[in-house]
Design a protein around this ligand. Structure first.
Ligand SMILES: OC[C@H]1O[C@](O)(CO)[C@@H](O)[C@@H]1O
Length: 514
């Protein structure tokens, strides 16, 4: 009843394709888009711990950090400092809304290019920052870049990939994000040991490297067949499809793309369309999936792992090192998703990962609660601290093969062409909004909710796991343009999808879903 159709997912097609080097190369370069986002996610937490950086721009925080404090939970609480981290996500949120038009009208690749360019300029502002204004302008430009890349790259990957391997290809985006985070953490580990202002300047300035990679990549990349058809280049689209699929026999897939595009032309306003009842499943999913992804609490670890580890009594070097370890585990475990998502499907990973995160979060909350109590005083022994780090790794692993990559994959694959760019914009905007909120509020929440913070996120993980169980049908192996059939066959969403949207009788669909 819950939509777990594994062997008989409606809409599954078997198009002709070979795995061509071209499709690998394009998706590999495309995934660079994730690097700029990841680099930024990973670099900010470490930089805001560097004393020369704090002294230069946030002297008040610097003083507070080094003064005596009785309550470990509140040691780093500063709105101003978190604003530095989180301002980028507000800019990304705004730009993802504009990016959707550019992605649709000019194609996916130019959106990526623009993302790389603004990110590049932002990294220069930050690396050479002389005052707080330069720092903030830099952050905003970086944010614009992230918004453009996050809007266009997942769509690009999903459209280029052969439908049967779409999950694996799309997960390349999250792999690139985590890779960016890990590289940034390693860079911070070394630059933190440098004297004077040079360390943080290198950390922030090096963001220009992933920016250049995506800019060059975007120039070389071809556009997707779907986007070429959408913009009227039908012949080019067919040639492109033949070349990425490695066969001239692409008629069936091509015809499905053409049909989908024809249908989408009748609807002029993706933003208005997505509000129509027949797109209700996509609207709800593109709002809830990114919301839930952030409410797993993952960014508490991404941004503040070093802070969290210091709170647990680790020295600052040991804290950065532990953050590096969790990052590497996250990277390795994201590959688990790459290799299993198209075989086991999205639901299995979501459900298993959710349960794993839930159990580890509760265990972390209990352990910290027992050790620090509500007063936030006390010391944690070495064995216990190591046990908490191990639990954090188990939690991160669960996220890495579930909500991390699937948070990008599912929203980018469930929407038909006529609403795709708007849906992806909503996905990015909601993701950025809650990334912002968690980044902004975490330290204050830790200060006030104490160890209860872990239970707070655990409640959300519980709710999201039930949500997936009941509301998300399996989408593996279903061509994007055939997705309506999956919704039509779902016990709840079926009622929103008109029969003509799937070209089969309702009775037939009902039969399939039983
Ligand atoms: O650490 C994992 C990272 O992945 C994301 O959830 C994006 O998918 C980020 O918000 C987070 O920082």
């Amino acid at each position: 009843m819950a939509g777990g159709f594994v062997s008989q997912t409606p809409g599954v097609r078997n198009y002709n394709y070979k795995l061509t080097p071209k499709v690998f190369a394009t998706c590999f370069i495309g995934a660079f888009g994730g690097l700029i986002f990841g680099y930024d996610l990973g670099i900010s937490g470490g930089v805001t711990q560097m004393e020369p950086f704090l002294k230069e721009f946030f002297p008040y925080v610097y003083k507070k950090k080094n003064s005596a404090h009785e309550n470990e939970y509140c040691r780093f609480d500063s709105q101003l400092l978190t604003l530095f981290t989180s301002s980028l996500y507000v800019a990304a949120l705004i730009s993802s809304l504009f990016a959707s038009t550019i992605t649709r009208v000019f194609g996916r690749k130019w959106s990526m290019f623009l993302g790389g360019l603004t990110f590049f300029i932002g990294s220069a502002f930050n690396g050479f920052a002389q005052n707080i204004a330069m720092l903030l302008i830099g952050r905003i430009l970086l944010g614009f870049g992230v918004g453009f890349a996050n809007q266009s790259v997942p769509v690009y990957l999903s459209e280029m990939a052969p439908p049967n391997l779409r999950g694996a290809f799309n997960n390349g985006f999250q792999v690139a994000i985590i890779f960016g985070i890990v590289v940034a953490t390693i860079i911070n580990y070394f630059t933190a040991q440098m004297k004077g202002n040079i360390g943080w300047r290198i950390s922030l300035g090096l963001a220009c490297v992933p920016a250049m990679m995506i800019m060059i990549g975007a120039i070389i990349l071809p556009d997707t067949p779907n986007s070429l058809i959408e913009r009227g280049f039908t012949e080019d689209a067919k040639k492109m499809l033949q070349s990425i699929r490695g066969t001239s026999e692409v008629d069936e897939e091509f015809q499905d793309l053409i049909d989908a595009s024809e249908e989408s032309k009748q609807v002029k306003h993706p933003w208005k369309n997505i509000l129509l009842p027949r797109y209700r499943p996509q609207l709800i999913m593109t709002c809830f999936i990114p919301f839930f992804q952030q409410l797993t609490g993952i960014n508490v670890i991404t941004f503040y792992a070093p802070v969290l580890f210091q709170t647990l009594g680790f020295g600052s070097k040991a804290s950065l090192l532990s953050a590096m370890v969790t990052g590497i585990i996250e990277l390795l475990c994201t590959f688990v998703s790459v290799f299993t998502v198209d075989r086991f499907g999205r639901r299995v990973l979501f459900l298993q990962g959710g349960i794993q995160m839930l159990i580890s979060q509760i265990a972390i909350g209990v352990m910290i609660g027992v050790k620090f109590g509500t007063a936030g005083t006390g010391n944690i022994g070495k064995t216990d601290a190591n046990l908490i780090v191990a639990l954090i790794c188990i939690y991160v692993a669960g996220f890495a093969w579930s909500w991390g990559p699937l948070g990008w994959l599912v929203p980018s694959e469930i929407s038909p062409l006529e609403i795709r760019s708007a849906a992806q914009a909503i996905n990015v905007a909601v993701n950025m909004f809650f990334t912002f909120l968690v980044a902004q509020l975490f330290l204050t929440m830790l200060c006030h909710m104490k160890f209860g913070l872990f239970f707070f996120f655990a409640v959300f993980v519980f709710i999201m796991t039930i949500f997936i169980y009941l509301m998300l049908p399996e989408t593996k192996n279903v061509p994007i343009e055939e997705m309506n059939r999956v919704w039509k066959a779902h016990w709840f969403w079926g009622r929103f999808i008109p029969d003509e949207a799937v070209g089969v009788s309702a009775a037939e669909m009902q039969q399939k879903s039983v």
